[in-house]
Design a protein around this ligand. Structure first.
Ligand code: ZN
Length: 250
C-alpha cells in the first residue's frame, strides 16, 4: 500500500480510538479532554467536529468488519472507500505488530498521566499514595487492583504505568539517575519492570511493578548481580510485598 495512505494522523486517531475502546470494555468512562490534549501534542490542532467524524468513521469500519466499536461514536454511513482502507490498514497494523501495540499503549499511558496529574493538582499537593481508581474490592478487602489481561486490548494497564511514572518524579529512584529523556512534556521516559514476570503469571498490579530507567531495567534481567538488585528493590519499595500494602501505598 502507498505509504501516503497511512498518514500519522490516522494512526494517532486509531491509537486514541483503541484506548477509548479498552476503557469502555473495562467499564470506565472516557475523558475526551485528556484524549484531545494527548492528540494535540502529536497532531496539528483539529476541530472537535472533524475529530468526532474521524472516530465515527473508525466505528463504521470496525462495525462493518464485525468488531466491537466505541458506543459513544456511532458508525457514520457511507465512509469513503479510500478512508476506510486507510483505517483498516492502520487497525490491522496495530493488531499485528507488538511494536505498534506498544505505541498505542504509550498513547493510553499519556492520557492516564494527564488525567492523574490533573486530579492531583486539583486536590493540591501530589501524594505518593495509590489513587482511588487503582483500588478495588478483593475478597471483601480494599486492595490494589489487578489487571486481567484477557478482557482487555492492552495486556498492561496504562493507568498503573501512569501512576508509577507520575510518582517517580522528585523521588529517589532505584539508581538515583534521572530518566534519560521525556517522552512527552513533563513526563519522563521510564520502563515498567514486573518483579514476578507476567510470563510467570505475575500480576499487573502495584505490588508487582516498578518504574525504572532503561539501564536499571535491563540490569534487572541481565546483570550478573541481578538477584542482589531484586533484593534491593524489595527493600526500597515496601508495596512490592503485597501483604504490606497500605499506609501511603508507596
Ligand atoms: Zn536506573
Amino acid at each position: 500500500m502507498n505509504p501516503n495512505c497511512t498518514p500519522s494522523e490516522t494512526r494517532q486517531a486509531v491509537y486514541a480510538y483503541l484506548y477509548m475502546l479498552d476503557k469502555e470494555r473495562a467499564g470506565e468512562a472516557n475523558s475526551k479532554t485528556q484524549i484531545r490534549r494527548a492528540l494535540q501534542e502529536r497532531l496539528p490542532l483539529r476541530s472537535e467536529f472533524s475529530l468526532e467524524k474521524r472516530f465515527q468513521n473508525i466505528s463504521a469500519v470496525l462495525a462493518e468488519d464485525g468488531k466491537t466499536f466505541v458506543k459513544g461514536y456511532l458508525p457514520l454511513p457511507n465512509v469513503g472507500r479510500g478512508v476506510a482502507s486507510v483505517i483498516r490498514h492502520v487497525v490491522s497494523e496495530v493488531e499485528s505488530s507488538s511494536q505498534l501495540v506498544e505505541e498505542a499503549l504509550g498513547f493510553a499511558v499519556r492520557c492516564e498521566f494527564l488525567a492523574l496529574g490533573k486530579a492531583r493538582n486539583d486536590k493540591g499537593r501530589p501524594r505518593g499514595g495509590l489513587p482511588d481508581e487503582l483500588w478495588t474490592e478483593r475478597a471483601g478487602r480494599r486492595m490494589p487492583a489487578r489487571r486481567r489481561a484477557e478482557t482487555c486490548l492492552f495486556s498492561r494497564d496504562p493507568k498503573l504505568k501512569a501512576w508509577l511514572v507520575l510518582r517517580s518524579r522528585g523521588l529517589r529512584e532505584f539508581c538515583g539517575a534521572r530518566a534519560p529523556f521525556e517522552e512527552a512534556p513533563d513526563m519522563p521516559y521510564l520502563e515498567i519492570h514486573h518483579v514476578v514476570s507476567l510470563a510467570r503469571e505475575g500480576w499487573e498490579a502495584p505490588e508487582n511493578a516498578v518504574a525504572l530507567c532503561p539501564n536499571c531495567h535491563r540490569a534487572m534481567h541481565f546483570a550478573a548481580d541481578r538477584e542482589e538488585r531484586v533484593r534491593r528493590l524489595y527493600s526500597l519499595f515496601a508495596r512490592l510485598d503485597a501483604g504490606a500494602f497500605g499506609a501511603d501505598g508507596a
